[in-house]
Design a protein around this ligand. Structure first.
Ligand SMILES: Nc1ncnc2c1ncn2[C@@H]1O[C@H](COP(=O)(O)OP(=O)(O)OP(=O)(O)O)[C@@H](O)[C@H]1O
Length: 270
């Protein structure tokens, strides 16, 4: 498999900052209002990689969706760069757990999709798509159909597509959850290396504390629903990161701090 670790050509800006102040979110459900986020305050620097962990149902995906402008919130303030969240912003990329690839489009055509939707075409688009396919290690699979790909390959296509319009903010909702342990660690490390090259502001939702420690600059722990910040742990490991770091006392100590922040919260986490 080709490596995704080559250097990105002339990465543009190093992401945009994200801030949340006093954010509350309640869903209306058949059995009444369901408070999901309570007084969430967060300051994420431009180019920072933040992992979001917490028990099942504490509102992690909800937090990503409201930063992406996909759902409204009750009150408080959210800023991505200097703007309020808005659906469909080119500078915000969103990657989900299950890659939603168009089955009738080839690998290449799936990565081209954002350009088709924005009616952007020409040699610069072809070059960008070529670059992205190489970056994610699919340069030799461009004509394959989604159903011919492994789960890991499908996530690579989805990742290339998320990067297509060069977003300054990357929101990733458990992007490796459907992969087996080995592929998950491998792809996680490759995405980490890409982040080290590109430095887009990134938020990763994960259930895996080791994955959070390996990939991020900071780990935000949310408590059980309604989710609120119960831990903000700096990951002091140097970059570039490598698999060998997992067994270091520093890595284990950071993982311990995250577990302690979540101790007493309902739900299980690895
Ligand atoms: N559109 C919706 N309408 C009503 N309730 C919702 C909606 N979306 C999510 N919820 C509920 O809000 C709560 C938080 O959901 P969310 O998906 O944000 O949690 P999560 O922390 O990402 O969970 P998990 O780790 O299990 O993926 C859950 O109880 C969920 O059932």
């Amino acid at each position: 498999m080709t490596s995704m670790t080559q250097s990105a050509p002339a990465a543009v800006a190093a992401g945009e900052p994200i801030t949340l102040q006093g954010v509350n979110k309640t869903y209306s459900t058949a059995s009444g209002p369901l408070p999901v986020l309570r007084d969430v305050n967060l300051d994420i620097e431009a180019g920072e990689f933040v992992a979001l962990v917490g028990p099942s149902g504490c509102g992690k995906s909800t937090l990503l969706k409201l930063i992406a402008g996909l759902i409204p919130f009750d009150n408080g303030q959210v800023r991505v760069g200097d703007q309020a969240p808005k659906e469909g912003r080119r500078d915000v990329g969103f990657m989900l757990q299950q890659s939603v690839l168009m089955p009738w489009r080839s690998v290449r055509e799936n990565v081209e999709l954002p350009f088709d939707l924005t009616k952007d075409k020409g040699p610069h688009v072809d070059q960008r798509v070529d670059y992205l396919l190489e970056l994610v290690g699919l340069g030799h699979s461009v004509d394959m159909n989604p159903w011919e790909l492994s789960g890991g390959m499908q996530q690579r296509v989805a990742f290339a597509r998320t990067l297509a319009l060069d977003p300054q903010v990357l929101l990733m909702d458990e992007p490796f959850a459907a992969l087996d342990e080995f592929k998950r660690e491998h792809l996680g490390l490759e995405v980490t290396k890409m982040h080290e090259d590109m430095r887009k502001t990134s938020i990763l939702v994960t259930h895996s504390i080791p994955e959070a420690v390996m990939m991020s600059d900071r780990i935000i722990a949310l408590g059980a629903r309604p989710g609120r910040v119960v831990g903000d742990i700096k990951v002091t490991l140097p970059r570039p990161r490598s698999a060998a770091m997992i067994s270091t006392p520093e890595f284990q100590d950071i993982a311990r701090q995250v577990r302690e922040a979540l101790a007493g919260e309902d739900g299980s986490i690895a």
